[in-house]
Design a protein around this ligand. Structure first.
Ligand code: ADP
Ligand code: MG
Length: 380
């Protein structure tokens, strides 16, 4: 049996697609030289381009192209030698130019996948539709003043990778696995730090439900900007139950964007869903198409660090580490690095048990990350 929710009128299945925004690791922004330093004083990392002064032109940051291509490899995807930037037009106070530069028609990466296990522990492949490059927006701060909103443009123009899955995910647990796996991939590749609590990785969950056995998909709602894996899983379950209740009472689900309120345990309507044509997309006249050579792509491929899946396979096959333990060891780059060092010339299985058991328990108690462990790998 797959994951279902029992309603008054029968069993319901979930259909989920995730859109994940990952801030790229890069010292400078996507099209300007401003710093991307997190936690700087408000509006300290803002150039004339970021503030949309007229006549200032975008200059592509090559580091960001590299990060997108590397992540594309991590997603087992096609790297497109031709991609292009489009303007997505909308008005918002934290978007001074009135448009976001993104890639709608010709994304840099398409057709990838992430392998997870389903709720029965069977292998499952979630297809990734695309990864495209785009600018982040600034921040509007509403809670500092009773009737004013402050605007901080430090984040405006920071490079993002938007990674869009196909609607292949069928349960909150699968969504959690997909996100953790994606986070491990970007962390191993050092293309994004994956910190959801700092907002450098953000997830929108698209959720719809259908009767078990039903063909095709029903209308989806999009739950925006959920900031932890656990919250994404909760939000999906809550949203699915809301939709089921609507259908079972004879109603219809509206296509809309919703917000997740973790305290109240509910999703709330934010706005009705906009469509692509509302944004009047068109190719950015200030940016020529991005054309990559085979040499460039192959050089990046050749220098790719070992990915978590490959590392895990080695642990299982060569070191006899149980599957489950191996996935814990590769969930974070620092853990696998620590393990690699500690296991040198020792009984790998025992070392793994020590790390996952006693060391993790101690670190957790002290609130210390493994990269700062006072017990060094040699001294474990
Ligand atoms: P948009 O750009 O309007 O958000 P997309 O076609 O890019 O629309 O889809 C966005 C996300 O919604 C994708 O992750 C996709 O897998 C997911 N999705 C599409 N249709 C459904 C559906 N009926 N139920 C659940 N998720 C869906
Ligand atoms: Mg969307």
């Amino acid at each position: 049996m797959t994951y279902t929710i029992k309603g008054k009128t029968g069993e319901w299945e979930l259909v989920i697609g995730l859109e994940v925004h990952c801030q790229m690791i890069s010292n400078a922004k996507l099209f300007s030289q401003s710093s991307t330093q997190f936690g700087s004083e408000p509006n300290n990392n803002v150039s004339f381009f970021d503030a949309a002064f007229p006549g200032i032109l975008p200059v592509m940051n090559e580091k960001c192209v590299e990060q997108a291509v590397k992540t594309g490899f991590g997603l087992n995807a096609t790297i497109n030698k031709f991609s292009q930037f489009d303007r997505k037009n909308y008005f918002y106070a934290d978007l001074p130019s009135g448009y976001q530069i993104t890639q709608l028609y010709h994304p840099i990466v398409t057709d990838g996948f992430i392998d997870i296990t389903d709720d029965q522990g069977e292998p499952k492949r979630v297809r990734v539709n695309r990864l495209h490059i785009e600018q982040d927006a600034g921040k509007s701060i509403h809670d500092r003043h009773p009737h004013k909103t402050y605007i901080d443009l430090n984040r405006a123009g920071v490079g993002l990778m938007e990674i869009v899955s196909e609607p292949d995910i069928r349960s909150p647990e699968e969504a959690g696995q997909y996100l953790r796996k994606l986070r491990a991939i970007v962390r191993f590749l050092e293309t994004c730090d994956g910190n959801m609590d700092e907002g450098s990785m953000r997830c929108d969950a698209n959720v719809s439900v259908r009767k078990v056995g039903e063909e095709g998909y029903r209308t989806r709602a999009e739950v925006k900007n959920v900031n932890s894996v656990r919250f994404v899983m909760q939000a999906i379950e809550i949203e699915a139950n809301r939709q089921i209740e609507i259908y079972e009472n004879g109603g219809t689900v509206k296509q809309e964007t919703r917000l997740f309120d973790a305290d109240l345990g509910e999703t709330r309507s934010m706005r009705s869903k906009e469509f692509a044509h509302d944004y009047r997309y068109y190719p950015d006249p200030d940016l020529p198409p991005l054309v990559l050579t085979d040499e460039y792509i192959e050089k990046l491929r050749a220098n790719l660090p070992e990915l978590p899946d490959i590392k895990k396979k080695k642990y299982v096959e060569e070191l006899n580490i149980p599957e489950y333990d191996a996935s814990i060891l590769v969930a974070e780059k620092e853990t696998s690095k620590y393990f690699d060092e500690a296991a040198k010339g020792r009984d790998a299985k025992k070392v793994s048990n020590w790390i996952i058991g006693d060391l993790f328990a101690l670190l957790k108690e002290e609130g210390v990350h493994i990269s700062k462990s006072p017990i060094t790998p040699e001294n474990l």
